[in-house]
Design a protein around this ligand. Sequence first.
Ligand SMILES: O=C(O)c1ccc[n+]([C@@H]2O[C@H](COP(=O)([O-])O)[C@@H](O)[C@H]2O)c1
Ligand SMILES: Cc1cc2nc[nH]c2cc1C
Length: 348
Amino acid sequence: MLEALTIPPVPEGLAARIAARIDAKTKPPGSLGRIEDLAIALGLAQRRDDPEADPAELMIFAADHGIVAEGVSAWPAEVTAQMVLNFLGGGAAANVFARAAGVGVQVIDAGVASDLPVAPGLVRAGIRRGTRNAAAEDALSPAEVEAALEFGAALARDAAARGVRVIALGEMGIGNTSTAALLAHAVEGLPLAPLAGPGAGLDAPGVTRKIAILERAAARRPGRLAPLDALAAFGGFEIAAMAGALIGAASAGVAVLVDGYISTAAAMVALAARPEARASCLFAHRSHEPGHRLMLAHLGVDPLLDLDMRLGEGTGALLAVPIVRAAARMLAEMATFESAGVSGRGGA
Ligand SMILES: O=C(O)c1ccc[n+]([C@@H]2O[C@H](COP(=O)([O-])O)[C@@H](O)[C@H]2O)c1
Ligand SMILES: Cc1cc2nc[nH]c2cc1C
Protein backbone atom coordinates (compact mmCIF):
# COMPACT_ATOMS: atom_id res chain seq x y z
CA MET A 1 0.00 0.00 0.00
CA LEU A 2 2.78 2.43 0.92
CA GLU A 3 4.38 1.98 -2.51
CA ALA A 4 1.04 3.04 -3.99
CA LEU A 5 1.25 6.46 -2.32
CA THR A 6 2.46 8.93 -4.91
CA ILE A 7 4.35 11.98 -3.73
CA PRO A 8 3.50 14.92 -5.99
CA PRO A 9 6.49 16.61 -7.65
CA VAL A 10 7.29 20.20 -6.68
CA PRO A 11 5.51 22.36 -9.29
CA GLU A 12 7.80 23.96 -11.87
CA GLY A 13 8.68 27.57 -11.04
CA LEU A 14 7.13 27.49 -7.54
CA ALA A 15 10.28 28.57 -5.67
CA ALA A 16 10.92 31.44 -8.10
CA ARG A 17 7.32 32.65 -7.83
CA ILE A 18 7.41 32.72 -4.02
CA ALA A 19 10.84 34.39 -4.05
CA ALA A 20 9.53 37.12 -6.37
CA ARG A 21 6.56 37.73 -4.06
CA ILE A 22 8.89 38.02 -1.07
CA ASP A 23 11.07 40.51 -2.94
CA ALA A 24 8.02 42.74 -3.53
CA LYS A 25 7.38 43.05 0.24
CA THR A 26 8.16 46.29 2.11
CA LYS A 27 11.69 45.45 3.24
CA PRO A 28 15.16 45.54 1.79
CA PRO A 29 15.59 42.41 -0.34
CA GLY A 30 16.88 39.47 1.71
CA SER A 31 16.52 41.34 5.02
CA LEU A 32 14.39 38.62 6.60
CA GLY A 33 17.26 36.21 6.04
CA ARG A 34 16.40 32.57 6.60
CA ILE A 35 12.72 33.40 7.21
CA GLU A 36 12.57 34.11 3.47
CA ASP A 37 14.13 30.70 2.71
CA LEU A 38 11.70 29.12 5.17
CA ALA A 39 8.65 30.64 3.47
CA ILE A 40 9.87 29.18 0.18
CA ALA A 41 10.64 25.81 1.80
CA LEU A 42 7.14 25.69 3.34
CA GLY A 43 5.63 26.41 -0.07
CA LEU A 44 7.70 23.63 -1.64
CA ALA A 45 6.79 21.25 1.21
CA GLN A 46 3.08 21.88 0.66
CA ARG A 47 3.46 22.24 -3.13
CA ARG A 48 1.53 25.52 -2.84
CA ASP A 49 2.01 29.21 -3.58
CA ASP A 50 0.16 30.10 -0.36
CA PRO A 51 1.45 27.70 2.30
CA GLU A 52 -0.05 27.71 5.80
CA ALA A 53 1.45 26.77 9.14
CA ASP A 54 -1.86 26.16 10.90
CA PRO A 55 -3.22 23.93 12.08
CA ALA A 56 -0.02 22.20 13.11
CA GLU A 57 -0.09 18.92 15.01
CA LEU A 58 2.50 17.04 17.05
CA MET A 59 2.45 13.26 16.75
CA ILE A 60 4.34 11.58 19.60
CA PHE A 61 5.14 7.99 18.62
CA ALA A 62 6.10 5.84 21.61
CA ALA A 63 7.65 2.36 21.55
CA ASP A 64 10.08 0.07 23.34
CA HIS A 65 13.32 -1.52 22.22
CA GLY A 66 14.45 -5.06 23.12
CA ILE A 67 18.09 -3.97 23.00
CA VAL A 68 17.52 -2.12 26.31
CA ALA A 69 18.05 -5.55 27.98
CA GLU A 70 21.75 -5.20 27.04
CA GLY A 71 22.17 -2.03 29.14
CA VAL A 72 22.28 0.63 26.39
CA SER A 73 20.23 3.21 28.32
CA ALA A 74 20.57 4.92 31.70
CA TRP A 75 16.81 4.37 32.19
CA PRO A 76 14.54 1.34 32.59
CA ALA A 77 12.14 0.47 29.75
CA GLU A 78 9.07 1.09 31.97
CA VAL A 79 9.74 4.83 31.63
CA THR A 80 8.37 4.69 28.06
CA ALA A 81 4.86 3.70 29.25
CA GLN A 82 5.07 6.03 32.25
CA MET A 83 5.85 8.95 29.95
CA VAL A 84 2.94 8.00 27.68
CA LEU A 85 0.67 8.49 30.71
CA ASN A 86 2.39 11.82 31.35
CA PHE A 87 1.71 12.89 27.73
CA LEU A 88 -1.94 11.89 28.13
CA GLY A 89 -2.13 13.91 31.35
CA GLY A 90 -0.66 16.98 29.67
CA GLY A 91 2.35 17.25 31.99
CA ALA A 92 5.36 16.53 29.77
CA ALA A 93 7.60 19.17 28.20
CA ALA A 94 6.02 18.40 24.83
CA ASN A 95 2.54 19.18 26.19
CA VAL A 96 3.73 22.46 27.69
CA PHE A 97 5.56 23.56 24.53
CA ALA A 98 2.58 22.49 22.40
CA ARG A 99 0.24 24.65 24.47
CA ALA A 100 2.70 27.54 24.26
CA ALA A 101 2.89 27.15 20.47
CA GLY A 102 -0.83 26.54 19.89
CA VAL A 103 -0.25 23.05 18.50
CA GLY A 104 -2.46 19.98 19.00
CA VAL A 105 -0.93 16.73 20.29
CA GLN A 106 -1.67 13.15 19.30
CA VAL A 107 -0.21 10.44 21.57
CA ILE A 108 0.50 7.17 19.78
CA ASP A 109 1.41 3.75 21.16
CA ALA A 110 3.41 2.45 18.21
CA GLY A 111 4.68 -0.57 20.20
CA VAL A 112 5.11 0.05 23.93
CA ALA A 113 6.08 -3.08 25.88
CA SER A 114 4.54 -2.38 29.31
CA ASP A 115 0.81 -2.29 30.07
CA LEU A 116 -1.04 0.85 29.11
CA PRO A 117 -4.64 1.48 30.13
CA VAL A 118 -7.28 1.95 27.48
CA ALA A 119 -7.43 5.72 27.43
CA PRO A 120 -9.33 8.17 25.31
CA GLY A 121 -6.80 10.07 23.24
CA LEU A 122 -4.32 7.19 23.02
CA VAL A 123 -3.99 5.88 19.48
CA ARG A 124 -2.70 2.30 19.31
CA ALA A 125 -0.91 0.51 16.49
CA GLY A 126 -1.58 -2.91 18.04
CA ILE A 127 1.21 -4.60 16.08
CA ARG A 128 3.35 -5.94 18.94
CA ARG A 129 4.61 -4.88 22.35
CA GLY A 130 8.20 -3.79 21.85
CA THR A 131 10.87 -5.01 19.45
CA ARG A 132 13.10 -8.05 19.85
CA ASN A 133 16.68 -7.50 21.05
CA ALA A 134 18.56 -6.32 17.94
CA ALA A 135 21.91 -7.34 19.46
CA ALA A 136 20.74 -10.99 19.31
CA GLU A 137 18.19 -11.23 16.47
CA ASP A 138 16.20 -9.17 14.01
CA ALA A 139 14.10 -6.63 15.91
CA LEU A 140 11.07 -6.78 13.62
CA SER A 141 9.69 -9.11 10.97
CA PRO A 142 9.23 -7.66 7.47
CA ALA A 143 5.47 -7.80 8.04
CA GLU A 144 5.82 -5.81 11.28
CA VAL A 145 7.91 -3.18 9.48
CA GLU A 146 5.27 -2.92 6.78
CA ALA A 147 2.48 -2.65 9.35
CA ALA A 148 4.25 0.12 11.28
CA LEU A 149 4.99 2.10 8.11
CA GLU A 150 1.38 1.76 6.95
CA PHE A 151 0.10 2.74 10.37
CA GLY A 152 2.18 5.94 10.43
CA ALA A 153 1.24 6.83 6.86
CA ALA A 154 -2.46 6.36 7.60
CA LEU A 155 -2.24 8.61 10.68
CA ALA A 156 -0.56 11.37 8.67
CA ARG A 157 -3.12 11.09 5.87
CA ASP A 158 -5.96 11.21 8.45
CA ALA A 159 -4.41 14.41 9.84
CA ALA A 160 -4.23 15.84 6.31
CA ALA A 161 -7.91 14.99 5.80
CA ARG A 162 -8.69 16.94 9.01
CA GLY A 163 -6.95 19.97 7.46
CA VAL A 164 -3.63 19.72 9.31
CA ARG A 165 -0.94 21.63 7.37
CA VAL A 166 2.20 20.82 9.38
CA ILE A 167 3.01 17.60 11.23
CA ALA A 168 5.76 17.64 13.87
CA LEU A 169 7.37 14.23 14.38
CA GLY A 170 8.04 13.49 18.06
CA GLU A 171 8.91 10.25 19.84
CA MET A 172 9.42 8.58 23.18
CA GLY A 173 11.24 5.29 23.59
CA ILE A 174 13.85 4.22 26.09
CA GLY A 175 16.74 2.81 24.04
CA ASN A 176 15.78 4.52 20.80
CA THR A 177 19.05 6.44 20.42
CA SER A 178 20.69 3.01 19.99
CA THR A 179 18.21 2.03 17.30
CA ALA A 180 18.58 5.41 15.58
CA ALA A 181 22.38 5.05 15.52
CA LEU A 182 22.16 1.55 14.02
CA LEU A 183 19.76 2.77 11.34
CA ALA A 184 21.88 5.77 10.29
CA HIS A 185 24.90 3.44 10.17
CA ALA A 186 23.18 0.73 8.14
CA VAL A 187 21.18 2.92 5.77
CA GLU A 188 23.68 5.74 5.12
CA GLY A 189 26.97 4.10 6.06
CA LEU A 190 27.80 6.67 8.76
CA PRO A 191 30.43 5.43 11.25
CA LEU A 192 28.79 3.81 14.27
CA ALA A 193 30.97 4.94 17.19
CA PRO A 194 30.54 8.71 16.66
CA LEU A 195 26.80 8.17 16.20
CA ALA A 196 26.54 6.58 19.65
CA GLY A 197 26.20 9.13 22.43
CA PRO A 198 24.81 9.56 25.94
CA GLY A 199 21.18 9.49 24.82
CA ALA A 200 19.00 10.17 27.84
CA GLY A 201 22.02 10.34 30.16
CA LEU A 202 24.70 7.64 29.97
CA ASP A 203 28.08 8.57 31.47
CA ALA A 204 31.33 8.11 29.51
CA PRO A 205 31.90 4.44 30.52
CA GLY A 206 28.25 3.81 29.67
CA VAL A 207 28.75 5.23 26.18
CA THR A 208 31.81 2.98 25.72
CA ARG A 209 29.69 -0.06 26.65
CA LYS A 210 26.89 1.14 24.38
CA ILE A 211 29.31 1.35 21.42
CA ALA A 212 30.43 -2.26 22.00
CA ILE A 213 26.82 -3.46 22.13
CA LEU A 214 25.89 -1.53 18.99
CA GLU A 215 28.93 -2.93 17.19
CA ARG A 216 27.77 -6.43 18.09
CA ALA A 217 24.26 -5.66 16.78
CA ALA A 218 25.62 -4.11 13.56
CA ALA A 219 27.92 -7.10 12.98
CA ARG A 220 24.85 -9.34 12.82
CA ARG A 221 23.73 -7.49 9.66
CA PRO A 222 26.94 -5.99 8.22
CA GLY A 223 27.19 -3.58 5.32
CA ARG A 224 24.71 -1.13 3.89
CA LEU A 225 21.08 -2.20 4.18
CA ALA A 226 18.00 -1.14 2.25
CA PRO A 227 15.76 1.03 4.47
CA LEU A 228 13.09 -1.60 5.14
CA ASP A 229 15.74 -4.27 5.80
CA ALA A 230 17.44 -1.94 8.28
CA LEU A 231 14.14 -1.37 10.11
CA ALA A 232 13.64 -5.14 10.34
CA ALA A 233 17.19 -5.69 11.56
CA PHE A 234 17.20 -3.00 14.22
CA GLY A 235 13.66 -1.64 14.76
CA GLY A 236 11.91 0.23 16.06
CA PHE A 237 8.17 0.58 15.92
CA GLU A 238 8.09 4.35 16.56
CA ILE A 239 10.84 5.03 14.03
CA ALA A 240 9.12 2.98 11.32
CA ALA A 241 5.81 4.70 12.11
CA MET A 242 7.47 8.14 11.92
CA ALA A 243 9.03 7.19 8.57
CA GLY A 244 5.59 6.11 7.36
CA ALA A 245 4.04 9.34 8.66
CA LEU A 246 6.62 11.37 6.76
CA ILE A 247 5.82 9.55 3.51
CA GLY A 248 2.07 9.80 4.17
CA ALA A 249 2.35 13.53 4.89
CA ALA A 250 4.43 14.10 1.75
CA SER A 251 1.84 12.28 -0.34
CA ALA A 252 -0.87 14.60 1.05
CA GLY A 253 1.00 17.90 0.66
CA VAL A 254 1.54 18.29 4.40
CA ALA A 255 4.85 19.74 5.63
CA VAL A 256 6.83 17.68 8.15
CA LEU A 257 8.80 19.29 10.95
CA VAL A 258 11.61 16.92 11.88
CA ASP A 259 12.71 17.08 15.53
CA GLY A 260 15.93 15.67 17.02
CA TYR A 261 18.22 12.67 16.74
CA ILE A 262 15.61 9.90 16.52
CA SER A 263 13.16 11.88 14.39
CA THR A 264 16.02 12.61 11.96
CA ALA A 265 16.96 8.91 11.81
CA ALA A 266 13.35 8.21 10.84
CA ALA A 267 13.57 10.90 8.16
CA MET A 268 16.82 9.34 6.86
CA VAL A 269 15.11 5.97 6.52
CA ALA A 270 12.04 7.50 4.86
CA LEU A 271 14.11 9.56 2.43
CA ALA A 272 16.29 6.58 1.52
CA ALA A 273 13.07 4.80 0.54
CA ARG A 274 11.34 7.83 -1.02
CA PRO A 275 13.83 10.60 -1.96
CA GLU A 276 11.02 12.63 -3.52
CA ALA A 277 9.75 13.34 0.03
CA ARG A 278 12.81 15.51 0.72
CA ALA A 279 11.08 18.77 -0.20
CA SER A 280 8.35 17.96 2.35
CA CYS A 281 10.80 18.15 5.29
CA LEU A 282 11.68 21.12 7.45
CA PHE A 283 14.42 20.49 10.01
CA ALA A 284 13.66 22.19 13.32
CA HIS A 285 16.72 21.95 15.55
CA ARG A 286 20.16 20.53 16.18
CA SER A 287 20.07 18.21 19.17
CA HIS A 288 22.86 18.15 21.72
CA GLU A 289 23.18 14.40 21.08
CA PRO A 290 26.57 14.42 19.30
CA GLY A 291 25.59 12.10 16.44
CA HIS A 292 22.82 14.45 15.36
CA ARG A 293 25.41 16.83 13.91
CA LEU A 294 26.72 13.97 11.74
CA MET A 295 23.26 13.04 10.53
CA LEU A 296 22.34 16.63 9.66
CA ALA A 297 25.66 17.22 7.89
CA HIS A 298 25.13 14.04 5.89
CA LEU A 299 21.68 15.27 4.87
CA GLY A 300 23.13 18.71 4.04
CA VAL A 301 20.79 20.39 6.50
CA ASP A 302 21.25 23.48 8.66
CA PRO A 303 18.28 23.36 11.07
CA LEU A 304 16.43 26.41 12.34
CA LEU A 305 17.41 26.21 16.01
CA ASP A 306 20.33 25.10 18.18
CA LEU A 307 19.36 25.33 21.85
CA ASP A 308 21.42 22.45 23.32
CA MET A 309 18.22 20.44 23.77
CA ARG A 310 18.27 16.62 23.70
CA LEU A 311 14.87 15.62 25.02
CA GLY A 312 12.99 14.39 21.98
CA GLU A 313 9.15 14.21 22.26
CA GLY A 314 9.04 16.77 19.43
CA THR A 315 10.09 19.61 21.75
CA GLY A 316 12.55 21.11 19.24
CA ALA A 317 9.97 20.91 16.45
CA LEU A 318 7.40 22.67 18.64
CA LEU A 319 9.75 25.59 19.30
CA ALA A 320 10.18 25.99 15.54
CA VAL A 321 6.41 26.25 14.90
CA PRO A 322 6.13 29.99 15.71
CA ILE A 323 9.02 30.66 13.32
CA VAL A 324 7.34 28.64 10.56
CA ARG A 325 4.10 30.47 11.32
CA ALA A 326 5.83 33.85 11.05
CA ALA A 327 7.30 32.85 7.67
CA ALA A 328 3.88 31.78 6.32
CA ARG A 329 2.20 34.95 7.58
CA MET A 330 4.97 37.14 6.17
CA LEU A 331 4.18 35.69 2.76
CA ALA A 332 0.41 36.02 3.19
CA GLU A 333 0.06 39.31 5.04
CA MET A 334 3.00 41.64 4.44
CA ALA A 335 2.28 44.65 2.25
CA THR A 336 4.14 45.15 -1.00
CA PHE A 337 5.94 48.36 -1.97
CA GLU A 338 3.09 48.92 -4.39
CA SER A 339 0.16 48.21 -2.01
CA ALA A 340 1.65 50.29 0.81
CA GLY A 341 2.90 53.16 -1.37
CA VAL A 342 6.47 52.77 -0.16
CA SER A 343 9.16 53.97 -2.56
CA GLY A 344 11.56 51.44 -4.03
CA ARG A 345 15.34 51.89 -3.85
CA GLY A 346 16.20 55.24 -5.39
CA GLY A 347 19.42 56.58 -6.75
CA ALA A 348 21.45 59.27 -5.00
O1 LIG B 1 15.67 14.03 20.30
C1 LIG B 1 16.86 13.87 20.65
O2 LIG B 1 17.78 14.42 20.05
C2 LIG B 1 17.14 12.95 21.82
C3 LIG B 1 18.45 12.74 22.22
C4 LIG B 1 18.67 11.91 23.30
C5 LIG B 1 17.61 11.26 23.95
N1 LIG B 1 16.34 11.47 23.53
C6 LIG B 1 15.19 10.81 24.23
O3 LIG B 1 15.67 9.90 25.20
C7 LIG B 1 15.18 8.59 24.99
C8 LIG B 1 16.23 7.72 24.39
O4 LIG B 1 17.44 7.76 25.09
P1 LIG B 1 18.19 6.39 25.40
O5 LIG B 1 19.43 6.80 26.10
O6 LIG B 1 17.26 5.60 26.29
O7 LIG B 1 18.45 5.76 24.09
C9 LIG B 1 14.01 8.72 24.04
O8 LIG B 1 12.80 8.78 24.76
C10 LIG B 1 14.28 10.01 23.29
O9 LIG B 1 13.09 10.72 23.06
C11 LIG B 1 16.09 12.31 22.49
C1 LIG C 1 12.09 11.12 31.94
C2 LIG C 1 12.30 11.01 30.44
C3 LIG C 1 11.51 11.78 29.58
C4 LIG C 1 11.71 11.65 28.20
N1 LIG C 1 11.12 12.25 27.13
C5 LIG C 1 11.68 11.78 26.03
N2 LIG C 1 12.64 10.93 26.35
C6 LIG C 1 12.68 10.81 27.69
C7 LIG C 1 13.48 10.05 28.53
C8 LIG C 1 13.28 10.15 29.90
C9 LIG C 1 14.14 9.34 30.82
